[in-house]
Design a protein around this ligand. Structure first.
Ligand SMILES: [Zn+2]
Length: 95
């Protein structure tokens, strides 16, 4: 029996582990060996039990790390330019 992709309904699914790349604000990480069904055509995946959670946690940690880096960078720039927090926030778009 063929397992067609729920998304593109074409490729036969491949059961196994695959490294999955995730990008957030231009920073890429790879979540290693995600277990599940992977569709070669469109790149969609169905996670095995527990893998969706592991994936979500990894993505969340990645985003937090990037956000932390960004605010640290902003703090450095602010110091360099001797801007007040309010001025810096205005430049950064209210963040
Ligand atoms: Zn597909």
């Amino acid at each position: 029996m063929k397992h067609l992709c729920f998304n593109c309904e074409q490729a036969d699914m491949v059961r196994g582990k695959k490294d999955m790349a995730v990008e957030y604000r231009g920073n890429k990480i790879t979540i290693i060996a995600v277990d599940g069904r992977h569709y070669p055509e469109c790149g969609d995946s169905e996670f095995s039990r527990g893998e969706g959670e592991r994936y979500a946690v990894a993505v969340e940690q990645h985003r937090e790390a990037i956000d932390k880096q960004e605010s640290a960078k902003l703090a450095r720039i602010r110091k360099k330019l001797k801007l007040s927090q309010k001025q810096a926030a205005a430049i950064a778009g209210g963040r």
